[in-house]
Ligand binder design. Structure first.
Ligand code: PEP
Ligand code: MG
Length: 562
């Protein structure tokens, strides 16, 4: 068994990079009152004035910080100040005060009301509840004359731990001291993630309550690409990894695409996106196009299926970011951890193995064809050189691939499938002839190959894409791709790991798609090896006993080449 002496907690890595420093928790939030009424002599108007005074102080403090900050940090602080001054929220507080509650308790009640509304809306709105609670906590601390909650002063270096960082905190992070961010809650689009990307500081979100067990002052090794926080990491190895990361970061900053190996073997580097905004961010990176547009993420909170025209409008925003380049659109991957009320079954014993992805369309083909119509409609205005590729998630059989491809071709769309079910990888030679391309989803391929839930922190040692079993399935897929001249891409998180990207290239993968922030790191690493060396790395990894051994074998090869 690997790594038994260390303990690791896993979250969602949103910005790659490593750090080795003591954990520091942000200053605790104020205890929230569970009751509180107005003093008998005080009038409700006076109490509401007390609330407004606190609001003024908190808002102007945030506005001053906004004026001193720049770019997105300044925008976030201004937006937070705007939330403090929100009239709807004030009105709710006033109503509570008029019913006899004091300002502190009235603030809690009014905020709870909005939090419930935002959570019911789900998706991006739900992630904004952290911002609302932050505003509430600042105002309550002010009402009580307490210190504002949030970032501690840090001397030396630290990894900042928090339940979820408030936007106002992340906006003024001092990166000279804070080397990484790790949060219990949040998601890839929460403010913590947005700001961490902007500052390019390693970041992991959604670790869960395991994070609480790690106290301030504990030395931790953080790997933002893997999403892991390791306790008891070897000091020498960790320090070396941080030094190498810094050197690599300097090389990455200088790298310009398009990507190729040292001897000119081209690999297309693309971006994974969730919406038009992410696509615009990607278009500022070195990503040549989009390799995975996860359409379902736009509909997680929709109660009704958007019309074809409405869908086309949403897809067009993504196409507009890359008007003349390749965009690979994935049809709805609803189900399992991404339920969509109008598409998925409400209760399944085992949703990861249930009716998800393309399977939904078996009994509801028009849901799929309406989406394909919308994609075709949105693609109509694209440039002549723009490639619009469409792929289905969770394809398991050649029959499914054939059915999907026919529906795409009827609409003039280039048809592909994700290879993320082990059966599809094993049957790649039967699936390929029906398709124009395939893209390997290493996240699910690993989950299903290792029979280990990809969301389980306890099983992170199994859900490692360096698992040789997964690499062997990728190799098998690439061999079939070459035989039938069908391009093979990888669009799972594996493509974001520079070393693994070299292994995948050696296995014969033609394109790699990852978070746009990871693209330059992958490109810079590929530029340092020849294609033959990538193949040697792939051989070494394929013939290893486990993921850590595969990683170590690949690193050993690289050291030999240097
Ligand atoms: C995958 O499974 O690797 C993939 C890219 O799709 P998702 O992560 O959206 O399931
Ligand atoms: Mg998948």
């Amino acid at each position: 068994m690997e790594n038994t002496l260390q303990s690791t907690v896993k979250g969602t890595g949103v910005v790659a990079g490593v750090a080795y420093a003591e954990a520091v928790w942000v200053r605790p939030r104020p205890d929230l009152p569970t009751e509180g009424s107005i003093d008998q002599e005080a009038s409700s108007e006076a109490e509401y004035d007390r609330f407004l005074e606190a609001v003024d102080v908190v808002a102007s403090r945030l506005e001053n910080r906004a004026a001193a900050a720049e770019g997105q940090a300044s925008e976030v602080l201004t937006a937070t100040a705007g939330m403090v001054k929100d009239r709807g929220w004030h009105k709710a507080v006033r109503k509570n005060i008029r019913s006899g509650k004091n300002a502190e308790f009235a603030t809690v009640g009014a905020t709870d009301k909005f939090v419930t509304m935002f959570e019911a809306a789900g998706g991006v709105m739900a992630e904004r509840t952290t911002d609302l609670k932050d505003v509430r906590d600042r105002v309550i601390a002010q009402l009580r004359g307490e210190q504002e909650p949030g970032l501690p002063m840090v001397e030396g270096q630290a990894v900042l731990f928090a339940d979820d960082l408030a936007p106002a905190d992340t906006a003024t992070l001092d990166t000279a001291h804070i080397r990484a961010l790790v949060t219990e809650l949040g998601g890839p689009t929460s403010h913590t993630a947005i700001i961490a990307r902007q500052l390019d500081i390693p970041c992991i979100v959604a670790v869960g309550n395991k994070l609480r067990e790690i106290e301030s002052g504990t030395l931790v090794f953080v790997d933002g690409a893997l999403g892991t926080v390791t306790l008891g990491a070897d000091e020498e190895e960790s320090t070396k990894a941080v030094a190498e990361y810094r050197e690599r970061a300097a090389r990455v900053a200088e790298w310009t695409g398009p990507a190729q190996t040292k001897d000119g073997h081209r690999v297309q580097l693309l971006a994974n996106v969730a919406d038009g905004n992410a696509a615009r961010i990607a278009s500022d990176s070195q990503a040549e196009g989009i390799g995975l547009y996860r359409t379902e993420l736009s509909f997680l909170s929709a109660s009704e299926e958007p019309s074809v025209d409405e869908q086309a409008k949403i897809y067009r925003k993504v196409f507009n970011a890359y008007p003349d380049s390749k965009v690979v659109v994935r049809t709805l991957d609803a189900g399992s951890d991404k339920p969509i009320s109008y598409a998925t079954l409400s209760s399944e014993e085992n949703p990861a193995l249930g009716v998800r992805g393309l399977r939904i369309a078996r009994d509801n083909e028009s849901l799929l064809t309406r989406q394909l119509d919308a994609i075709a409609q949105a693609a109509e205005s694209r440039g002549d050189d723009a490639e619009t590729w469409v792929m289905a998630p969770m394809v398991a059989t050649s029959k499914e691939a054939q059915w999907f491809a026919e529906l795409c071709r009827e609409r003039g769309l280039t048809a592909g499938a994700m290879i993320e079910v082990p059966a599809a990888a094993l049957m790649a030679d039967k699936i390929m002839p029906h398709l124009d391309f395939v893209s390997i989803g290493t996240n699910d391929l690993t989950q299903y190959t290792m029979a280990a839930d990809r969301l389980s922190p306890q099983l992170a040692y199994l859900t490692d894409p360096w698992q040789p079993a997964v690499l062997r399935l990728i190799q098998h897929t690439c061999i079939a791709g070459h035989e039938y001249n069908v391009p093979v891409g990888v669009c799972g998180e594996a493509a974001a790991d520079p070393l693994l990207a070299c292994v995948l290239t050696g296995l014969g993968v033609n394109s790699l798609s990852a978070a746009s922030t990871a693209v330059a790191g992958v490109g810079a690493q590929l530029a340092e090896l020849t294609f033959d060396q990538c193949q040697q790395l792939a051989d070494a990894a394929l013939n290893s006993e486990g993921p850590s051994a595969a990683r170590a074998a690949a690193m050993e090869q690289i050291e030999k080449f240097n």
